[in-house]
Write a protein that binds this ligand. Sequence first.
Ligand code: ZN
Length: 496
Amino acid sequence: MNLLTDAWIPIQQQGRYQKIGLQQLLCGEAGGELCLPRDDLELACLQLLCAITQVLFTPKDKKELGRFVQQPLAPEIYAEACKDKLDWFDLDHPQTPFMQIRGVSAKEPTPMDKLLAGVADGTNKSFVNPAGLGEALCGGCAAVALFNVANNAPSMGGGFKGSLRGSTPITVLIKGKDLRQTFWLNVLTQESAESVLPWYERTKDQRPNYLDTVKAEEKIPASAIGLTRGLLWQPAHFELLPVEKNATCSCCGCEEPVYRGFKKAKFNYTVEGVWPHPLSSRTFAIKKGEREEKFPSFTTTAPTWTHLSKLVVDQQNDKEGQQAAPVLQQARSFMAAGKIQLIVGGYRNNQATVLERRHELFSLAQGWAEHGLVIHKIIEGGLAYKTALRKALYLFAVGVKDKVHGSGINLCDPVEANYYQQTENLLHQTFAGVDFSEPDSTLQALNRKLKTVIIDLFEQATDPYRQEPKMLKALALARRSLHKSLKDLEPEGAKA
Ligand SMILES: [Zn+2]
């Protein structure tokens, strides 16, 4: 199965499901939306398609990228770009199979579900995974799963190396009008690539590490990894078992040749430094004169909007800072004139265990590119009201030493979860609708609504304890704290 020439991309259009090839999408011969039963695999599939587009075509400059966004490719151009890379994308290639190493020695084959993050893991009760998902995978689903494990999921644990971005990075993609446009909007031009990877030019002809392999125990500086090699980096040694005759793929449900297992082996090396992935923002801190960079990830249950500043806004002082994903930096000058839609996703993990997966769409109104401070203020407001609510509920639970006896009932976590749930749409609407050059009226309206939400949540949460004489003082203390915080949150002019 070859990812460049076969029809493996699961597409839905007007209720019709079919598999098509990348050429049909890039040449405008077919379209539709990606369609896989799991949102994380759908995101990984999109990421893989953007990576292949980048590897086949790196536009010279913004002008050329603009042409690619506007006009479908001619089939001859597609064929020409694929010509010398067919061996990179063949899942069953005798020497260099896609994202695999030939001759992996493993005592036992591993079942395919181990390649689907969070399926084989018994602790993932919160996932609703269709029964049998992962028993047998068709070529397309196996390629997406290999790519997902290599880029987005925690490593297999126990000595297996994880992705170049650490264990569970947040991925950001720009969404275009259709799938074809989305691919191009997430491709860096040569100009952008040179500014993100100053070593771009001397590394641009490198081949992926499943063709030109890494030596055991090798130390590799991140600056030795070129754009193509980094995008297709396979951190581990995997090899699919030979493909078997037609069966139902337990992921996409198609009747196709399937893989029923793979071999895996530990392999050690070190990448020194952080490789600047085009689809990830980075945060950094200066410690003892050294810059330490990290990829943000979802470490708590706090919703995705709380991370949006880190994903979209650049800022820095002499101690720390944050930088948006390179594709967004590129888009700031390329599509600053309009609104932008972002696809944001990633896992939350505890070591090798996946606890949660996210795949969300954000819209940012026109002006997003120049007014990072407004994005920051919206998030700050959303968090400040949450903190006011928590603070009051905390006082209700613990009281004040030697003065007010606490109720001993800690409502902070469940009420915080309710707050996030009830305000999520409001925050999304604010980002999509704010007038970035005149944000004051939107910010005030947002604050008014958040205030109403926290007063309601506070009253609901404490209502069952209102008749408890022993808790009355704690309740009064908590309410005073809430109202003081609310007053502090009013804009200066509104305070009487
Ligand atoms: Zn499948």
